[in-house]
Design a protein around this ligand. Sequence first.
Ligand SMILES: *Cc1c(COP(=O)(O)O)cnc(C)c1O
Length: 464
Amino acid sequence: MSREELRKLPSVDELLKTETLKPLIEEYGHDNVVEAVREAMDQARKHILAGEPCPPSERLAEDARALLLRWLSPSIRPVINATGVIIHTNLGRAPLSAETRAAMEAVARGYSNLEFDLEQGRRGSRYVHAEELLTRLTGAEAALVVNNNAGAVLLVLSALARGREVVISRSQLVEIGGGFRIPDVMRQSGATLVEVGTTNRTYLRDYEEAITENTAIILRAHRSNFRITGFTHDVPLEELVELGHRHGLYVMDDLGSGALLDTSRYGLAHEPMVQESIAAGADVVCFSGDKLLGGPQGGIIVGRREIIERLKRFPLTRALRVDKTTLAGLQATLLHYIKGEAEQKVPVWRMMAAAPAELKRRAQRWARRLKRAGIEACVIEGRSTVGGGSLPGETLPTWLLALSVPSPDAAARALRSYDPPIIARIEEDLLLFDPRTVFPEEEETLLRGIVAVLTTKTPRHEEK
Ligand SMILES: *Cc1c(COP(=O)(O)O)cnc(C)c1O
């Protein structure tokens, strides 16, 4: 039986001539289409040997087409973030301002003066580009931008403390997520970790007693993603600076999120700001470019000129260097702060600043629109979070579109396979969509996606 069925399989050439595959040869090239056809035939052969009948040629061609499109479509693509988590690391952290995107596009398109001194007509340094804006904004003497903040911390520790000791409070030995752990980075850098104090309370004398001739740095690390409450004590940065400088040590602050604006004006806790760390006397401060700063991925180091100059010459810096698009994007983002327009222009701050009344209006508009399509929806009060290793446990009041569906997990999965994927949140069996993280220009697509997914059994793709 199966041998007879196997003989019915068409030849590769026959399939390549079908209306389904012919146009694909033009677009993707002969070899890629042939490979997909072979793979589809292999699968069909296995099914036939398992007792199934030979599929019609058109089915085989369709299977080959689906395989080809899956192989050749980019795996990273835009999604709609309806979770209400503003800096969502899994969803790519900070969305960029229009000006930032334009600046990145401009240098990406052609050549730039990345490492070229236009005045002198000779080789320049890529590290000059964002430096002046960063020093103006933070009050630091000098600045350096590397690939990300994990790299920044590794670089500073390697350059300043290899073979020496770094003193840090036990309450700050954090794991940031994605496996970034302060003790591991310390080991990588060749520095020796000296833990002081206890999980909940660390005093100045704990630091003081740990200092030896071999100490290089007193490190403060921001507890980015958790909070310690109750019977606690931390030493303020000013006191660490006073102690460190008295002993001829560097004081380093790993801030993580790198706020340049005050989060407390949105009813959130005060996230430590870069300017404050510099003003408190920290010698070197590290933070991410794509958390609260709201720019492209980057690790920003600001501090004393002598340290930054040392870092620029350190070999590891080359391995962590940023490309032209990062520097152009970072400059454009920093310019928003210089011009005092960050809250209007930088998406993460605009999202934080969004008024609950406006969020409610948007959610209500969504609900009305879905009702017209026969989907029961309501609008409920909820909370958005900032995310991205900042303001742990802090939330912003919001209004959510809430859908009560038979299987929220299945619906969420179907929404994720929509094109573009829609990422919702499930709480207490309700499927929730937070307008705070959905851009107005995405609303139409979002609503069309919800309607398509909830009114059909199989997830459909948006018609282009
Ligand atoms: C996020 C964070 C890091 C790592 O920064 P990346 O930009 O993700 O490399 C390091 N330290 C702290 C305190 C952080 O919050």
